[in-house]
Design a protein around this ligand. Structure first.
Ligand code: TMP
Length: 231
């Protein structure tokens, strides 16, 4: 018998990584698995998740803040995050709903901080403000060689006839994306209790099972509901 409190706290799970590593697919699949076991859960994303944060998303990803520099963009991402935490993440967790977010604060650390050169003190200060104490319980860092990830993104966009494409961060060159990959791996190494790195260059099904395996081992309330890691 597992010793699990009747009403275990809701969990906050984030997925991070470079472009085209398959985060969104895994977020969707995890939501289905949790719902199937009777956990109430919400799926969200960053930047975004609330109307105000989605407005910031559109502004940044259309390139309208590019000339402001990475520091100002870090502030914009944090402003969006503050609203997201206050309006969606914190209230969901407080009412017992698990939250699964496609990106969160590690993206600011990796993109604007470690890759974009924004001072770590500013990044930390913005985190204190925006997170308001809501650190993820677990963060999956999906790791893949950017050249492979780009090939997948291009194939998908061609398929969807979206060839004009790509938001602005996808346009940076390959060397930049290699530094970004290293940045996410460094963040994971510095936060081993929170971050789990999983190789993303494998089938979506395999990756889904790896994510689930980790969660079953990490959170006893999942196993208590009869979930085994096998499909
Ligand atoms: P995506 O949700 O499609 O991955 O697009 C979001 C883009 O914004 C992606 O290129 C990563 C970037 N981004 C940052 O640069 N900093 C951040 O804090 C977040 C959340 C995203």
């Amino acid at each position: 018998m597992l010793d699990v409190p009747a009403q275990a706290a809701a969990r906050f799970i984030t997925f991070e990584g470079g472009e085209g590593v398959g985060k969104s697919t895994q977020v969707k699949r995890l939501l289905v698995r949790l719902n199937r076991l009777g956990f109430e859960a919400v799926r969200t994303r960053e930047p975004g998740g609330t109307p105000k944060a989605e407005a910031v998303r559109a502004f940044i990803l259309q390139g309208r803040s590019e000339s402001w520099g990475a520091g100002a963009e870090a502030v914009l991402f944090a402003a969006a995050r503050l609203d997201h935490v206050r309006q969606l993440i914190a209230p969901s967790l407080q009412t017992g709903k698990w939250v699964i977010s496609d990106r969160f604060h590690d993206s600011t650390r990796a993109y604007q901080g470690l890759t974009g050169g924004v001072d770590d003190r500013l990044i930390r200060g913005l985190e204190t403000l925006a997170l308001d104490g809501h650190q993820p319980d677990i963060t999956f860092v999906l790791d893949m060689d950017p050249a492979t990830a780009f090939a997948r993104v291009n194939a998908r966009e061609l398929e969807q006839a979206l060839v004009q494409t790509g938001d602005r961060f996808e346009k940076e060159d390959l060397e930049w994306h290699r530094r970004l990959r290293r940045a996410f791996l460094d963040i994971a190494a510095a936060n081993p209790e929170r971050c789990v790195v999983l190789p993303a260059n494998q089938s979506e099904d395999n990756l889904e099972h790896e994510v689930w395996d980790v969660l079953v081992r990490r959170f006893p309330e999942i196993e208590a509901r009869g979930a085994w890691s096998a499909p």
